[in-house]
Design a binder for this molecule. Sequence first.
Ligand code: EPZ
Length: 417
Amino acid sequence: MDKIRITGGKPLAGRVEISGAKNAALPAMAASLLTADAIQLENIPYVRDILTTRALLQEIGADAEVRQDGTATIKAAELRSHEAPYELVKTMRASILVLGPLVGRFRKARVSLPGGCAIGARPVNLHLMGLERMGARCDVVHGYIEAYTEGLHGAYILMETVTVTGTENLMMAATLADGETVLDNAACEPEVTNLADLLRSMGAQIEGDGTRTIRIRGVRRLRGCRHRIIPDRIEAGTFAIASAITRGDVEICNCEPRQLTSVLTQLNQTGAEVVIGSKSFRVRGRNPIISKNVTTYPYPAFPTDMQAQYMALMTQGDGSAVITETIFENRFLHAQEMIRMGADITIDGRQAVVRGGRPLTGARVLASDLRASASLILAGLVARGETLIDRVYHLDRGYYRIEEKLALLGADIERVK
Ligand code: EPZ
């Protein structure tokens, strides 16, 4: 079990290059199941969830190659099975993303029902509702989703809750359905649009991605293509807060600042100086850090995946900040660990009140999920003394060598085997 050791107090300075977005790469790899041709992907982050998805595709029978240079080639000509086994799905819920493509192209799938995780129950009822509206039968038997169809047809699908992977799964399935499908109350995340770009390069007919209403007109088959994954806006936002919390001066490069408008606006309001470029932005942390409330909502509002990182920043605020988490029911696990570092945080259901003004002290802490791990690193960067973070496998699921990138910016941080 690797650990991350940090000695806090060093302002960060310099330039950091952002990697490809894990949450755009995962659906893109799943989309390769929609054609017998080869898909060439670029800018894939070499993180654990990507390697898990490679294993899943190989298990199904696809040729899947993922290289450390960020390129990947996937060819799902003939499949050995249409099953996503429990052993793989239990390690990565996003395995559910093979469901739509398998039903869309092969008319059947057997996918282990993803369990919940630390941050919430994570139901997939809307994924199944949408497939049923398109003419599939979805049963849950022995912990597996068993889906079957005589052939998908277009449908009007209203998702009562905005769901990112639900939108992605149904958009992929609809590309090969007979007729037009409308996804209403769809997710607008940039990762959805990046997937739509890939599907269009494969020959799909999709419009409205990036808005709440996506229209997909089914085609008979899709073809291979080359596609580039967008930069990871959450990694970029994490480094932005790393600069602000250490009162540093960091240029975050290879990213799309306009995908982070809500985060950069919020950071500006806390007193950080943010200078926007076309493919980069610069964050300079200054005193005081002003306590500002924030509420998480679906894109383009403040993302839930930045909530834990923002809480770390607010522990250094000049007053009290109320953080409201509207997306997941249990996404404050990082708060208890920050309290062990001296933070003053009170949790009441979906709200956390963070009172700043007290320096953090280094401590041994436990990571519970991907973004909580990142928030504990941020707290460690500003805490007095040494912080030791355990269970960093959570971190490795979605951040590529973050400790090396932070060390290059001047942080006193190392991975301990
Ligand atoms: C995606 O998860 C991301 N994962 C998450 O990132 C991210 O936190 C989340 O979207 C919200 O932005 C990937 O893209 C692989 P949802 P997803 O379906 O799609 C409810 C990370 O850190 N819901 O948008 O699983 C659900 O309970 C991860 O990289 C239903 O009720 O999340 C939640 O309250 C963590 N029924 C809300 O919708 C459904 O069928 C949003 O969930 C589906 C979802």
